[in-house]
Write a protein that binds this ligand. Structure first.
Ligand code: AMP
Length: 318
């Protein structure tokens, strides 16, 4: 598979790299890092990384505009995106000559002339780095920094289960061969606004915890406005509520009035939560999932379903 993908890169002159909406460091790191990797090894290629900017992650690099690009002879990579509807910046993948999907989410939509999907991999950055080393490609500092950022971020600083010996081996080689300022990267990923920290304090203080070990909070527009008016904060905060003895799974529901939706970010340290979110048009990983709801009509149902998943889990693990 990795050799086949390299052959396609060699075959096409124009390559477009897309990833999921609501870009995070793995989506950005893998797409921008793959662009650097291709250009460092094949400088004559034309490579475009597309999608909407996430202001928090602007430090990761510049994105391209392909509005006036003829893509009928181009190769399209879709990274870190299990379903067609969540590809940022592309409405019809069939406009491209050839499509390669690379992802570490469980499959939702089957697509791509080549589909390399490994749900056991920590991140797509890890997959692309593995692809680069397996094919003896040069990984220079620009790409290495992006892959490092994505791997660190998606593994929660090497904390989550899918951090494997392979993750450490790849990172060891990356850091041996490139002089990367890791503290600078850590501070860029993890520095937070005071408003966000205070919102986290509010959530910790006010989260409801059921007897089955499900923790949740619903953030109204009023709360969001009170703490900096930034609906991206809960997506960050949800990762920091881990390792609470009384809580197996937890969710933050956020009214996003500007985008006219209710966002839910869910995490777990045991019960599989993704199936619940899939039933409401969302999805993700077994222990990290989300959904964007068009209104609040299903909020109570999601709370009940997640509580039941926790109940089942707590009974099985008593
Ligand atoms: P988040 O809570 O937004 O950080 O998302 C956690 C995980 O769930 C990520 O792997 C996302 O790709 C996935 N996810 C979030 N929202 C959705 C959605 N609406 N549909 C499918 N997967 C999602």
């Amino acid at each position: 598979m990795k050799k086949e993908i390299l052959k396609k890169i060699e075959e096409f002159d124009t390559i477009v790299i897309a990833r999921h909406i609501g870009a995070d460091p793995d989506a950005l790191g893998s797409s921008l890092g793959l662009k650097d990797l291709i250009l460092d090894n094949y400088p004559k290629k034309k490579v475009y990384t597309i999608g909407v900017y996430a202001s928090k992650f602007k430090f990761m690099g510049k994105l391209d505009n392909i509005d006036n690009l003829d893509v009928s002879n181009a190769l399209l990579f879709v990274l870190d995106t299990p379903n067609l509807i969540r590809i940022d910046g592309i409405t019809n993948i069939n406009e491209f000559k050839y499509v390669i999907k690379i992802d570490h989410h469980p499959t939702i939509d089957k697509f791509g002339d080549i589909s390399w999907v490994e749900p056991e991999e920590s991140s797509v950055c890890q997959m692309i780095l593995d692809f680069a080393y397996s094919n003896n490609l040069k990984v220079k500092k620009d790409a290495a920094e992006k892959f490092f950022t994505g791997i660190v971020s998606d593994t929660g600083r090497f904390l989550y289960d899918y951090t494997t010996p392979k993750t450490y081996e790849l990172i060891a080689r990356l850091l041996t061969e490139n002089k990367i300022n890791t503290s600078d990267i850590y501070s860029k990923i993890y520095s937070r606004d005071l408003d966000e920290v205070r919102l986290q304090g509010y959530i910790e203080e006010n989260m409801t915890v059921t007897k089955n070990g499900f923790g949740y909070i619903i953030l109204t527009d009023e709360m969001i406005k009170k703490y900096g008016d930034d609906t991206s904060y809960p997506g960050d905060i949800v990762n920091n509520l881990n390792n609470i003895n009384e809580v197996y799974a937890w969710a933050i529901f956020t009214y996003d009035v500007k985008n006219n939706l209710v966002k839910v970010n869910v995490r777990s340290r045991g019960p599989v939560i993704s199936k619940v979110l899939e039933n409401y048009g969302g999805g993700g990983h077994a222990l990290a999932s989300g959904a964007r709801l068009k209104d609040d009509s299903n909020v109570k149902n999601i709370i009940n379903d997640l509580d039941k998943v926790c109940e089942k889990y707590s009974k099985a693990n008593e």
